[in-house]
Ligand binder design. Structure first.
Ligand SMILES: Nc1nc2c(ncn2[C@@H]2O[C@H](COP(=O)(O)OP(=O)(O)OP(=O)(O)O)[C@@H](O)[C@H]2O)c(=O)[nH]1
Ligand SMILES: [Mg+2]
Length: 153
């Protein structure tokens, strides 16, 4: 990761529904090829903890996300802008004792509805402002890189 050489980056937990774009965002920010591979198990990287979307979609796994949150500096909560339903229960972000940062993904797609995605994140108790990005086209991702670099300081 640029700008973090010699420093130990603080970790980020990526949460979001199945297909929200967690792994693609991780790849984009790690300068890895953008290769689709369904996340089947927890993945611990230097910066990101990436988990299967089922951990958010199936309430009996919530405790895993809460346990993982203790290992990270902040949580990035992704919302797919093309998904017509919200995935975060009301005020879900309040269960974490770490900052929760909202990231709206897939804004490049014609069917993306960013306004609705904002409402879903807001309903989940995730505070604005939100990062609105396309990981696939690396649109607005530079600001997230800067965020990671600031965490490493
Ligand atoms: N157009 C577009 N497609 C995206 C974007 N981000 C991810 N995708 C696509 O959405 C699909 C799912 O992306 P993943 O990154 O695997 O989603 P995930 O959140 O890791 O999903 P799970 O591992 O199932 O939890 C892939 O086909 C990606 O290429 C984006 O910003 N724009
Ligand atoms: Mg994944």
């Amino acid at each position: 990761m640029n700008g973090t050489a010699g420093k130990k980056p603080k970790k980020i937990l990526l949460i979001g529904g199945v297909g929200a774009g967690k792994t693609t965002l991780k790849q984009a920010l790690s300068d890895l090829p953008l290769i689709y591979q369904k996340t089947q198990v927890l993945n611990f990287g230097d910066v990101f903890i990436d988990c299967p979307g089922e951990y958010l979609e199936i309430p009996r796994y919530y405790h895993v996300l809460i346990d993982l949150s203790h290992r990270v500096a902040e949580i990035w909560a992704l919302q797919d802008a093309t998904r017509p339903c919200g995935i975060y229960p009301p005020k879900f972000a309040c269960v974490f004792k770490k900052p929760v940062i909202g990231v709206i993904t897939k804004i490049d797609l014609p069917q993306a509805n960013v306004e609705t995605a904002r409402l879903f994140l807001n309903n989940g108790g995730i505070p604005q402002p939100y990062y609105e990005i396309s990981a696939l086209h690396k649109q607005n991702t530079q600001i997230l890189r800067t965020r990671i670099e600031s965490l490493a300081n």
